[in-house]
Design a protein around this ligand. Structure first.
Ligand SMILES: Cc1cc2nc3c(=O)[nH]c(=O)nc-3n(C[C@H](O)[C@H](O)[C@H](O)COP(=O)(O)OP(=O)(O)OC[C@H]3O[C@@H](n4cnc5c(N)ncnc54)[C@H](O)[C@@H]3O)c2cc1C
Length: 399
């Protein structure tokens, strides 16, 4: 079994299959898993348990929410107990890959998969090493876990069965070190900046990492119909508004990273082409509402692993078990996942101008009486129905 991409999805699948004795080769183009740690990696607390993630991958815990904006409005919901964590994304990848190796998977870092072709024998995949040399790997199955790039599976078809359009967002984040007092001010919550004067068609954030580090970022949905200013300037303005002049002067930027997040809204695209199977963001598991995809990528590996194990045991009609994969993954992600994708498109693409800010402001005002845990249910559990008829027209795009 060849797994391409050692993000959360691919590395987790490799560790599960290797644990069941499958001969797994995991290939990753990054030479160092700590590099290009592009994800802000905020998760709700229950995801740690559900996916068995250890304390060593956790950078910090948070117990509340702050929503800044539209304009100068600030709303805060603080819980008595931790609600979630911010992971060290590089450490997460390293731990998952280490576990896969401990179960017997072979790992090739610094190798990029260029293409694959299938014949009666299986799949032939061409890899390029860092020094430019090429090698070919032959396997029964190939898993494309290359994230939103879908390096092997390619883009969804534009027409016909499984046609889908990808909705994309782009994020930019700085990992910074700040004075201890500044870190303490932001250390207990996830803070989001919302409203078109903060980030038009998107949002900004401050997430706590290990003292005295913070992640400061901005993200917005791509709108081909509108000129969008470079994100670097948007992030700098956000930092100017959030940090005191002395704090900005003392701030050290440890890392600058970012990336794309892309998903289809309905997830109807093909999940497999013969013996090539997509996993994680490569089959649109990332959710655009909160720019969140780690636990959904892990969900996809939990759904795919048992189906692949059955497939490997069966050796009968090729793909008999894998035919169930799209349906089972859709069920595991849940109906709220799709609804939140629609809401994301509506909320972020429409967040431009005073009328949109007013609409957002009144939605946030209606949440003021809620507890921090209710905000977590809404933003991580996508439990919109709790807000009943008040929220429904918004969700369906009627407001
Ligand atoms: C700016 C930003 C902030 C985010 N913040 C959060 C957050 O707070 N919480 C959250 O849950 N999610 C967040 N996400 C989304 C989350 O990081 C992704 O949904 C998740 O990482 C998807 O996991 P994956 O394994 O499917 O893909 P990825 O993590 O993208 O992993 C794919 C891997 O494949 C490798 N690869 C790609 N092409 C090839 C190739 N041809 N050959 C070999 N290797 C290849 C890549 O190097 C990469 O390591 C964020 C994303 C971005 C861009």
């Amino acid at each position: 079994m060849l797994v391409v991409g050692a993000g959360p999805a691919g590395a987790d699948l490799a560790r599960q299959l290797a644990a069941y004795g499958v001969d797994v080769l995991l290939v990753e183009r990054l030479p160092d898993l700590r590099r290009a740690a592009f994800s802000s990696a905020a998760l709700p607390l229950d995801a740690l348990d559900r996916f068995g993630l250890p304390a060593s991958v956790v950078a910090h815990r948070w117990s509340g929410w702050e929503l800044l904006g539209p304009g100068e409005a600030r709303r805060r919901w603080q819980g008595g107990r931790p609600q979630g964590v911010v992971l060290d994304f590089g450490a997460l990848r390293e731990w998952l890959v280490g576990e896969a190796q401990r179960w017997g998977a072979r790992v090739l870092l610094g190798h990029r998969a260029l293409a694959c072709h299938q014949d009666a024998d299986g799949v032939h995949t061409v890899l390029r090493r860092g020094d430019g040399r090429r090698l070919e790997v032959h396997s029964d199955w190939v898993i494309d876990a290359t994230g939103q790039e879908r390096s092997l599976l390619g883009e969804p078809p534009a027409a016909g069965p499984g046609a889908e359009t990808l909705v994309g967002g782009v994020g930019l984040e700085w990992l910074v070190e700040v004075p201890q007092t500044c870190w303490e001010r932001w250390s207990d919550r996830l803070a989001f900046c919302m409203g078109s004067d903060w980030v038009a068609q998107g949002y900004g954030w401050v997430f706590p990492m290990r003292a005295p580090r913070l992640k400061l970022g901005v993200c917005r949905l791509l709108d081909p119909g509108r000129d969008q200013p470079p994100l670097g300037g948007v992030l700098e303005r956000l930092i100017e508004r959030l940090l005191e002049p002395a704090e900005r002067q003392a701030m050290v930027v440890v890392d600058r990273h970012g990336g794309l997040i892309r998903s289809s809204i309905h997830r109807r695209e093909p999940h497999r082409r013969g013996r090539l199977v997509g996993l994680g963001d490569a089959v649109s598991t990332a959710n655009l509402l909160g720019g969140e995809g780690i636990r959904h990528a892990l969900t996809s590996s939990r759904v795919l692993a048992p189906l692949l194990l059955e497939e490997l045991q069966d050796q009968g009609t090729m793909g008999r078990f894998l035919d169930r994969y799209p349906r089972e993954l859709r069920r595991a992600l849940g109906w709220r996942w799709s609804l939140s994708g629609r809401l994301a498109r509506r909320t972020w693409l429409g967040l431009q101008g005073a009328a949109a800010d007013r609409r957002l402001g009144s939605l946030l005002t209606s949440l003021e009486q809620e507890k921090a845990s209710a905000l977590s249910d809404l933003l991580f559990g996508y439990r919109f129905e709790r807000y009943g008829l008040r929220a429904l027209p918004y969700l369906l795009g009627l407001r």
